[in-house]
Design a protein around this ligand. Structure first.
Ligand SMILES: C[S@@+](CC[C@H](N)C(=O)[O-])C[C@H]1O[C@@H](n2cnc3c(N)ncnc32)[C@H](O)[C@@H]1O
Length: 219
């Protein structure tokens, strides 16, 4: 998992080196966990970091992995009202449904809320699940914190977000076009998009988590 992120970050920095002057000032990870999978690989992109995480159980490991960051243990959705602007944002949201009564699904509600908090030129990380694995027929071996087994509702929400009609596999072309117009409709041009698939650990299900790093400019 971490090898994909590390090489994606390096590829993004290489491709944007004349446009992104690293380190940028202000970074925020709104779904930080321990930071080990994704966050640590972005640390060099910003001088100051704030890491938000809802689950206090990750406090010690997150502090170890991001020793200079300000840590906030809270629901990220409640932390978006201020006027501080960010140069780098990580939206490593849970898959499926999460929040009270499945209020949120993947990054679909989060991105529109965080975009007003971006600086005029900013870097944002998010995941696209190109075809969710149907796990409702399989027993979950751990507590289902994020509605991962409410597959029908998840697919309904995903179809609405992407304006598609079935759990069809999204192509990389589709992703580029969809997010370019999504960001445009929220006031940002998509200057560069770097993507990489995580290998699939599910037999018979091809790679489905496509990591994305976007360079945006306010229109
Ligand atoms: C995919 S993990 C993030 C992985 C992390 N970026 C890393 O590098 O290890 C998603 C995290 O989001 C947290 N989370 C879920 N809902 C949240 C919310 N409303 N606010 C803040 N964190 C939340 C979960 O507890 C989980 O740790």
């Amino acid at each position: 998992m971490t090898a994909v992120i590390e090489s994606l970050v390096n590829r993004f920095l290489q491709s944007t080196k004349h446009r992104v002057d690293v380190p940028l000032a202000n970074g925020a990870d709104f779904f930080a966990r321990t930071g080990a999978w994704v966050t640590v690989h972005f640390a060099k992109l910003a001088r100051d970091w704030t890491c938000y995480e809802i689950n206090d159980v990750h406090r010690a490991e997150l502090a170890e992995n991001m020793p200079n960051a300000r840590l906030v243990f809270a629901d990220s959705f409640t932390q978006l009202a201020g006027d501080e602007l960010f140069d780098v944002v990580l939206a490593d949201c849970p898959q499926g449904l999460f929040g009270e009564n499945g209020a949120y699904c993947e990054h679909f509600e989060f991105l529109p809320k965080v975009l007003p908090r971006l600086n005029d030129r900013a870097v944002i990380f998010f995941n696209v699940n190109v075809q969710p694995y149907q796990n409702k027929d399989h027993a979950v071996s751990r507590p289902d914190y994020y509605g991962m087994t409410d597959f029908d509702e998840w697919i309904k929400r995903r179809n609405a977000f992407y304006s598609i009609s079935a759990n069809e596999r999204l192509s990389e072309d589709f992703i580029g076009t969809h997010y370019s117009s999504f960001f445009r409709s929220h006031g940002f041009g998509l200057d560069h998009l770097a993507s990489a698939f995580e290998p699939s650990n599910l037999p018979g299900h091809p790679p489905f988590i496509c990591r994305q790093i976007a360079l945006l400019s306010r229109l």
